[in-house]
Design a protein around this ligand. Structure first.
Ligand SMILES: Cc1cc2nc3c(=O)[nH]c(=O)nc-3n(C[C@H](O)[C@H](O)[C@H](O)COP(=O)(O)OP(=O)(O)OC[C@H]3O[C@@H](n4cnc5c(N)ncnc54)[C@H](O)[C@@H]3O)c2cc1C
Length: 375
């Protein structure tokens, strides 16, 4: 017997899908309400660290993930002209039998997770959100945007950084811009790109890329955040090409391919941390709804997946949903997620405001050590 018989998960992204798979497989009746009309994820690629891969393996999707992604174990550091400065072995945070890092196209990751959710027997309702939650102490009565209603033992807000569930719970925490903006493009992989190479410095704070498959990769340039409305779609390729102008090596080929505005995404770096506890009664936040970080450590999705894994383990292993279960969830998740958010923000801060105290390798090593432990 699990602590819950039925669960509503609001948001079918990385965190919500992972939780849906684990709970449905454990015999819980799971409904997912996803506001988008289908499972297609927008965006470019994603860099998944070993501790994210560990959860994906536990979900039973590792074979599909490894077949469609591009794995590597070494990080390159380069000068703006492309000269190789250092090759740094990346920590295998998911254990020795998983690669340190895997790049993947976001739509493919979304498709793999959507199929796993279906196979596990969870019900996904697209184009739907929640409009009201009424917690009686024994259940949560939910009203949906299509006028229907339901009653659940637990509601999970996995609806991302701008979480509506967080608002319904009256948790007044909003995403904070960190001062940086990132240009990303999904593009063709030059043969020389076989791992992530980062350039700190040159015209941007960071220039980097990550292979996502035999023929694909994504490349990114991080600069000071600019007003979003100043970026018209048609001007995106020229702007990104101009920023890339200062970089050599593989960037010569990448720059030539920066032509299609539909393949370019510009967004600000933001961060968010909800103080513990992440639940109010029988409704709990997970993933970016509770903690979100700029991708300076590429740990965002890993932390979301870990939330799902730990919450599922606790719900399936307990007989009752009570205060103690949520406290244990927080004991296992809060400090770890907080450390990742704070370190991710700090790394950006040191670039925006250089400091003699900055210890980038030291901070990165500390986070690698933390996330290498099972949560
Ligand atoms: C520029 C950038 C680059 C990043 N790069 C990386 C990286 O390389 N590696 C990494 O690990 N992480 C990265 N991240 C972070 C990572 O993308 C997030 O941490 C992760 O996707 C969050 O997953 P989630 O499931 O919590 O939220 P989301 O992926 O945002 O999913 C939330 C889901 O909820 C749905 N939803 C939203 N509102 C509602 C509603 N009201 N009702 C119902 N459904 C709703 C959405 O449609 C979506 O499907 C990056 C983030 C950014 C901004």
């Amino acid at each position: 017997m699990a602590a819950v018989g039925n669960v509503l998960i609001v948001g079918g992204g990385t965190a919500g899908s992972a939780l849906a798979v684990l709970l449905a497989r454990g015999g819980v009746a799971v409904d997912v309400a996803e506001i988008e009309p289908d499972a297609t994820a927008l965006g470019s690629g994603i860099t998944l660290q070993g501790n994210a891969l560990r959860v994906l393996r536990d979900l039973g999707v590792w074979e599909r993930v490894s077949a469609s992604g591009y794995a590597f174990d070494v990080l390159g550091l380069r000068a703006p002209d492309g000269t190789l400065l250092a090759e740094v072995p990346a920590a295998r945070t998911g254990g020795p039998d998983l690669p340190a890092t895997l790049g993947m196209n976001r739509p493919e990751l979304a498709a793999v997770l959507a199929e796993a959710v279906r196979d596990a027997g969870a019900t996904v309702r697209y184009g739907l959100t929640v409009t009201a939650l009424d917690d009686s102490g024994a259940h949560v009565a939910v009203r949906f945007s299509d006028g229907t209603a339901g009653t659940y033992d637990l509601v999970v807000g996995a609806d991302g950084i701008r979480s509506a569930v967080r608002g319904l719970l009256k948790i007044d925490v909003a995403p904070q811009p960190t001062g940086m903006g990132i240009w990303r493009i999904r593009t063709r992989r030059p043969k020389s790109v076989e791992r992530t190479d980062l350039v700190y410095g040159g015209p941007c704070f960071i220039a980097g890329y990550c292979p996502t498959g035999p023929d694909t990769m994504y490349a990114y340039l991080v600069e000071k955040a600019r007003p979003r409305e100043s970026i018209a779609d048609a001007g995106k390729p020229a702007h990104m090409r101009a920023l890339a102008e200062g970089y050599g090596g593989a960037w010569d080929e990448i720059r030539a391919d920066i032509t299609d505005p539909d393949r370019i995404n510009y967004t600000w770096f933001e961060s968010l941390l909800v103080d513990r506890p992440w639940n109010r009664g029988r409704t709990v936040l997970i993933g970016d709804a509770a903690h979100a970080c700029p991708p300076t450590l590429a740990q965002g999705a890993a932390q979301c997946l870990e939330d799902a894994a730990v919450l599922a383990e606790l719900l399936l292993g307990a007989e009752r949903l009570d205060h103690a279960l949520f406290e244990t969830f927080m004991d296992r998740r809060f400090e770890r997620a907080k450390a990742v958010v704070e370190a991710s923000v700090q790394l950006g801060e040191w670039q925006l405001h250089p400091s003699p105290d900055a210890d980038v390798p030291g901070l990165m090593a500390r986070i690698s050590e933390i996330v290498s432990e099972r949560p």
